[in-house]
Design a protein. Structure first.
Length: 354
């Protein structure tokens, strides 16, 4: 196991943070000063290092490039008015990373490496955490296979890396989505329930087609029948129908989103009726026709709450109520923001101070 004392730190000579306005940068394109790297070889984790962020040499024969042994997480750090930095439910990301590792035949990352590397990196780069109300430091831990070999088998060497970037809102406006019934995101027995890199690569072409039709994202449906909704883009999907929060139940085709779990926990804490089960397109369409479809939104780490204002289905658009009329999703979005910024009581103990 690797303790904080055993992490070698190579600090950058001069911070680049003054070259940027961290409260006003495009999502995912401006990276902080340092990164954390640990290596797996000879059956053990070793060489934990924090070093300046930058390019590294890679072999074109590296296993991750050819056979897809690559997984990642997405999480965020926030800064309150006192300048204190906190993480939102980081242990849940740690657990999910290892769930992905097991499914992709990769070594699990010890908690000491994940958490100590993460905390030390954030202490070093705390000045990169935005102070704006919608700002956060997006954190990308990932694990890749690094064997320099051509051959379909699990790699024997790996690197676990954490990089960070200041970020604002992922979606600047509410989005329109279209139901996808030709392509699918995940199949039973596959890897849809983990954060494997290939899940996202396979989604790009259908999303491009949707964008050409004037939609920002798609609603994925089940691969067997295309009758049941699963996710929206890279987010979990939720509806408010009548007085009930309705979301597809978790399965091996749906990612167990940490924001999803947080939204459900708040809804139950507030006494709202919640149903996690199969949700059919027919049910959603009928609720819309009755006037009972009050809200639809995606939820995930990057977007937090992405309001859906239009759903394309069978050649017509369902136009949903304006965002300002939405009681639940706007309340949960604001509540999560206040908790993360230290402006509301953290009654569910989700924040971890650095």
């Amino acid at each position: 196991m690797i303790s904080t004392a055993n992490i070698r730190i190579d600090k950058i000579a001069k911070s680049r943070v003054t070259d940027y306005d961290v409260n006003n940068v495009p999502f995912g394109k401006c990276f902080s000063d340092h990164m954390f790297v640990a290596e797996y070889a000879d059956g053990k984790w070793q060489n934990a290092t924090i070093c300046p962020y930058g390019d590294v040499p890679l072999s074109y024969a590296m296993s991750a490039l050819h056979y897809g042994q690559a997984i990642f997480e997405g999480m965020k750090a926030y800064k309150n008015d006192k300048g204190e930095v906190s993480l939102f439910r980081p242990l849940e990301n740690f657990k999910r990373l290892n769930k992905s590792a097991v499914r992709m035949c990769m070594p699990e990352v010890p908690e000491e490496i994940f958490m100590n590397g993460l905390l030390e990196l954030l202490r070093l780069d705390s000045s990169w955490v935005p102070t704006s109300e919608s700002g956060s430091l997006y954190i990308r831990p990932f694990l890749i296979a690094t064997d320099e070999a051509i051959g379909v088998k699990p790699s024997e060497t790996y690197k676990f890396i954490i990089i960070t970037c200041p970020a604002g809102k992922y979606y600047s406006e509410p989005i329109k989505v279209v139901v996808e019934t030709d392509y699918f995101r995940a199949v039973h027995g596959g890897v849809g329930f983990v954060k494997a890199a290939g899940n996202y690569g396979r989604s790009l072409y259908p999303t491009k087609l949707a964008q050409q039709k004037g939609y920002q994202q798609v609603i994925w449906t089940d691969s067997a029948t295309h009758h049941f909704v699963e996710e929206s883009g890279t987010m979990n999907l939720m509806f408010v129908i009548g007085d009930t929060l309705l979301t597809p139940a978790l399965s091996d085709t749906i990612l167990a989103g940490i924001t999803r779990d947080s939204v459900i926990a708040l809804a139950k804490h507030w006494g709202m009726k919640v149903e996690e089960r199969k949700v059919s397109l027919k049910e959603v369409a009928e609720a819309y026709e009755r006037g009972d479809l009050k809200e639809a939104f995606g939820c995930g780490t990057a977007a937090t709450i992405a309001q859906i204002v239009g759903i394309g289905f069978e050649g017509k658009d369902f136009v949903l109520p304006p965002v300002e009329e939405r009681k639940f999703s706007t309340k949960v979005d604001e509540t999560l923001r206040l908790i993360r910024k230290g402006k509301a009581e953290d009654t569910l103990n989700w924040m971890m101070k650095i």
